[in-house]
Design a protein around this ligand. Structure first.
Ligand SMILES: Nc1nc2c(c(=O)[nH]1)N[C@H]1C(S)=C(S)[C@@H](COP(=O)(O)O)O[C@H]1N2
Ligand SMILES: [Mo]
Length: 314
């Protein structure tokens, strides 16, 4: 008898939904390429035109391979290599970012338009994860302040709330029975932090459009804060009066504060923040680097926190 009961079917015989989505995405990608080849005018994976920024560090860049294969993007799994595999299922075109709340001119921007109408800069920044590793990444993006000015925040707007796409169909982590975080991923900044010229919305890295695992098509980069503040694949930006909730703060408020400024003198309960390991610097005997206050950007941002006890507001 060849009819098998569900309990006879090995788990390995069932194609996980995420894998299935990947296959479809691969097929879609191949078709897209053929289309681009046939019609030279279309801009499939066009590289980005940028100007250099005085805010860039001149440290050695972390290799593209490391930047795009060692990621935190929990919507696609918690393993560092998971996003590079599974984030392919996220459909990033077309994409719009809704900007609303306490603003004079609420709007819905398409990412293509934002790229066309913004001054794109190459910003080489250190990214320091609270887990104790860091990278140096050449981002391509524009000042968050430029977008903020376009929507004309009202005087009552004190904070900016950000939200990642909420698409269980395309994000396997959102289908889990035991979700790691309360989806969608949300983050926030105080308005003056968001207006600081160091804060950017990135649409690319290494001169190419962002790979999905790094937060395509648009993500925040706030270099003086731990990596988790830099929310990926943003669909909504809202201006609000009260400090917004953030995913990590909601999940473990004793581990992840709202401010999350890189601070070597305030340790995370599970990881020291005094030093860091630069990704790509292999070998057992490579020395860890000292972590700098505000990730080395103190000169530009320390004044935002004058008078605040950063042990309390970590
Ligand atoms: N939506 C979303 N954004 C996210 C995360 C995430 O899991 N989901 N991880 C954060 C963390 S912890 C880090 S360190 C950075 C990593 O960015 P990278 O993978 O481009 O280096 O993304 C941040 N943004
Ligand atoms: Mo992180």
């Amino acid at each position: 008898m060849l009819i098998r009961r569900p309990s006879d079917i090995l788990p390995s015989e069932i194609t996980p939904r995420s894998v299935y989505l990947n296959r479809r995405q691969l097929m879609g990608g191949a078709a897209g390429l053929a289309f681009a080849a046939g019609f030279p005018g279309s801009s499939g994976a066009a590289s980005l035109t940028t100007v250099k920024s005085p805010f860039s560090t001149d440290e050695k860049l972390t290799g593209r391979e490391d930047v795009t294969s060692y990621n935190n993007y929990y919507e696609f799994g918690v393993a560092k290599e998971a996003p590079a595999t599974y984030a392919k299922s996220l459909k990033t075109t077309p994409w719009t970012v809704k900007v609303d709340g306490l603003v004079g001119k609420p709007a819905e921007f398409s990412v293509d338009d934002l790229i066309k109408t913004s001054t794109l800069e190459e910003r080489i920044y250190r990214l320091r994860c609270v887990e104790g590793w860091s990278m140096v990444i050449p981002w391509d993006g524009f000042a968050l302040a430029d977008l903020i000015k376009r929507v004309e925040p009202l005087g009552s707007a004190k904070y900016v709330a950000f939200e990642t796409a909420n698409r269980p169909e395309e994000m396997p982590g959102l289908q889990s029975m035991f979700p790691v975080l309360d989806w969608p991923y949300v983050e926030g900044l105080r308005l003056d932090e968001a207006m600081n010229p160091l804060a950017i919305l990135a649409v690319g890295l290494y001169g190419d459009p962002l790979p999905n695992q790094n937060g395509a098509p648009i993500r925040l980069v706030v270099p003086w804060k731990y990596g988790f503040k830099s929310i990926k694949s943003i669909t909504r930006i809202s201006f609000v009066e009260k400090q917004p909730e953030t995913s990590w703060n909601r999940q473990a408020s004793d581990e992840y504060g709202f401010y999350a400024n890189v601070n070597p003198s305030v340790d995370h309960p599970r990881w020291s923040q005094k030093t860091e390991r630069r990704i790509g610097e292999g070998g057992l005997f490579v020395k860890r680097r000292p972590t700098l206050p505000f990730n080395g950007y103190a000169e530009q941002v320390a004044q935002l926190y004058s008078g605040m006890d950063l042990r309390k507001f970590y």
